[in-house]
Design a protein around this ligand. Structure first.
Ligand code: FDA
Length: 370
């Protein structure tokens, strides 16, 4: 008899199982895919760690979480500094003095602030009615037209004028020449990829891959409690309706060139380019390249697409309709005895990795009465 049946071998399930096993509880982890790791899974292809389910950059200001994850991998000093391509122009991200200098040929923060304020004032938008007006009223025309409009329309599959204003609450503008995308204290990529983290977390834990929970449950009752990190609406057999997602399709290819784009992350902000980003995986681990340069590379083009049942769900849609529906499922979940709903699908929430670790540690502590 297992103390816990953990559904899903992603970061949430693996951290929870590790903590419970350390405390002497027995866990069985079920994973419907043919590999462990959930969405942080990286696959080694010709010596390059390919982020199979999208680029993952670890960043946090939570010292406890940083220390925790460092027990399971050594991190490099990768700093995420994406660039944006618009036509044949190239800009640094996040929006900072490098971006503004390239856009307007200016040098000082005062000049950049004046330029943005002048563009915002020219538009006379007092009560933004949609995402376009909201973004224009925050950053002015140039940044919006070149760096926000096309990218956002591809992400959502809709015109910015047809998207609600609340999607964009703030657009951080940085008036220094700092291209570090994240403001967190700690940042990096695990040397050797992410999969090893999950392998180490699940050391000596019973794991069954290619096993769907719903099928397993029909024939087994060898567990006392369930930790469910799959889709909450699926758990309840969609009885209140389907929650919606946006998803991403990846087209991955090997290119016979030492470097395709010179950076791990390049955003394509023009509407005419069908993909939103190209990820070049080898640049996440420059130390490997320094040790043994390769004359080939692996890239993934990301296409933002509509989600349908059966396709991999990625981003929850936090609009009113879906938030209400999730709330109704959450109420059902609260009444479900001996089941903990966790992780990004179990809680229908966009969760960065550090937040997932923090939540799984908190759930384990609660279970152990700490
Ligand atoms: P996760 O989805 O990883 O695991 C759930 C597991 O449950 C899956 O393996 C699934 O197969 C399994 N499962 C589901 N139903 C099942 C069933 N019925 N039976 C058996 N198994 C079942 N974060 C960050 O900090 N930095 C970053 O750069 C990124 N980048 C990023 C890019 C993209 C495209 C996305 C979508 C997300 C990110 N993230 C991120 C977020 C990160 O992916 C996220 O925090 C963790 O992967 C969440 O871990 P979970 O364990 O919650 O879910």
């Amino acid at each position: 008899m297992y103390d816990y049946l953990v559904v899903g071998s992603g970061l949430y399930g693996a951290v929870f199982a590790r903590e419970m096993e350390n405390a002497g509880k027995r866990c069985l982890v079920l994973e419907k895919r043919d590999h462990i790791g959930g969405n942080i899974y990286t696959e080694e292809v010709d010596g390059i760690h390919v982020h199979k389910y999208g680029a993952h950059i670890f960043h946090t200001s939570n010292e406890e979480v940083w220390k925790y994850i460092n027990k399971y991998a050594e991190f490099n000093n990768y700093i995420n500094s994406p660039v944006a391509v618009y036509g044949d122009e190239l800009y640094n991200l996040p929006f900072n003095m490098n971006t503004f200098s390239k856009l307007w040929g200016i040098r000082t923060p005062a000049e950049a602030k004046a330029k943005i304020a002048e563009q915002i004032a020219d538009l006379h938008i007092t009560d933004p009615q949609n995402l376009e007006e909201q973004a224009l009223s925050l950053v002015g025309r140039d940044v919006y037209e070149k760096l926000i409009k096309g990218y956002t329309e591809k992400q959502w599959g809709r015109d910015c004028k047809d998207l609600p204003a609340f999607i964009i609450k703030r657009l951080p503008l940085r008036f220094t020449y700092n291209n570090n995308y994240f403001n967190d204290v700690y940042q990096g990529i695990p040397k050797g990829g992410y999969t090893q983290i999950i392998e180490k977390l699940l050391e000596n834990v019973d794991v069954m891959t290619e096993t769907d929970f719903f099928e397993y449950r029909r024939e087994h009752d060898n567990f006392k409690k369930i930790v469910f990190t799959g889709m909450i609406d699926e758990y309840f057999d969609y009885r209140l309706g389907h929650l919606e997602y946006r998803t991403v399709r990846f087209e991955t290819e090997r290119v016979e060139d030492a470097s395709y784009q010179g950076n791990a992350v390049v955003n394509y902000t023009a509407k005419e380019v069908p993909y939103t980003r190209i990820i070049e995986h080898k640049h996440f681990e420059p130390e490997l390249e320094a040790e043994k340069p390769k004359d080939y590379t692996i890239i993934s083009r990301e296409y933002s697409t509509e989600w349908k049942p059966g396709i991999e769900p990625y981003y929850p849609v936090n609009d009113e309709k879906n938030s209400k529906l999730y709330e109704a499922y959450r109420e059902l979940a609260e009444k479900e005895e001996n089941v903990i709903f966790g992780g990004r699908l179990g809680q229908y929430k966009y969760y960065d990795m550090d937040k997932v670790i923090d939540a799984a540690l908190a759930a384990a502590r609660k279970e152990l009465g700490k």
